[in-house]
Design a protein around this ligand. Sequence first.
Ligand code: LLP
Length: 443
Amino acid sequence: MALAQPMTADPELDDLLASRPALAMHAQDGLCFEGVPLHAIADAHGTPCWVYGAGTLRARYRALAAALAEAGLDVHIHYAVKANDHLAILGLYQTLGAGADVVSLGEFLRTQQAGVPAADVVFSGVGKSAPELAAAIAAGLGQINVESAEELEMISAIATASGRTARVALRMNPDVDAGTHEKITTGLADNKFGIPAQDILHLYAHAATLPGIQPVGLALHIGSQILSPAPYAAAYAKAAEMVRSLRAAGAEISVLDLGGGLGIGYGDEPGISLAAFASVVKKEVGGLDVELLMEPGRYLVGPAGLLLASVILEKQGAKRFVVLDAAMNDLMRPAMYDAWHGILPVSAVQLRAPRAPADVVGPICESADSFATGRDLPSMPPGARVAILDAGAYGAVMSSTYNARPRAAAVLIEAGKFHLITPRQTIENLWADEFLPPLAGAG
Ligand code: LLP
């Protein structure tokens, strides 16, 4: 199944625009994001360029927090750093009171650099290394979500050696199908993630006997880009049942980490209903008397970012191709998951011009380097600009320098002004960390 592909035909460009409150088309200025003309950003910093909107980043967080509060829930939001780890974004969420969910020492140190208190950070992931665990425990990290018996022993040894106690939650694999793309589903029994439900009771009791370990509760995360509340209901019901069994066996449970995965609308369809999600949380786990956490990434940042690109040329072969200066090394999601992203012309005249189907591709020497197939677009002369939408999550973080293409610039819009937050990587910088060793000469 393609990830977030609209079920029917591609949405109309007007509908894409209308369903995104931060975007507006102005007759003179062209496409604006949070009131800022994208042309002005491209003129100042070139393309390809990531553009993030602080207003949207905040609005998404507040909408989620409000939906949970309206359901009468007190859920602490730990932003999943993997979705977009830019310091500006981590810093922004920190000012709103969010904690963080990290999966590597690098992500943990980024949160520290951005000012997130270590005690507000949860460390997830199926393979945390001993040096990573040691550094995070020494820094006073808040919680480790443990994914195996083997990892639990490692943490006990590391915490004991440094005279610390690690707060751990066991990540339960609930064996629930989240109905998303196979590459991002995590809650099925044969995925590598979590601990099988039948092992939890025994392992939790064992954890309580280990030195350096304080078991505090359970965690689960069933997948990403989940659009229906149903898989959450199934998984949380299993979690609630497990909490009751653990308590019946005398265990102390004070934390339940609900994971992330809230899906967004990549076409003109809505994302998951926050009210429906919150009511599932309320119904299944609201009465458990535990501290609730969640780890959303995409929902918060996906719609708050776009990738601004320019047309290099249009070529007509067996098909019509629009070749951009952005490529799969910048935004990998279409190549990797067949993901669908909206593409809008930045010029108002082009938005209104007659359209014909085109494949929108990048310049990389692979057929996978394609952003869209058969997309209805106007004629796009060299230099015309496009916005690739909803690229704030799993965009820049998954980019590479393949084909010796420098990393794109990034800009944050704050209160109607744009700020450069990452300069475009220079070409010389591509080999700045490489050494040329003495090489044997020919012959
Ligand atoms: N917590 C854990 C333990 C996770 O593994 C993930 C994502 C999240 C939270 C955040 O999930 P979100 O709320 O963002 O769905 N690169 C893929 C997505 C991979 C998601 C991996 N885990 C994509 O571009 O769609």
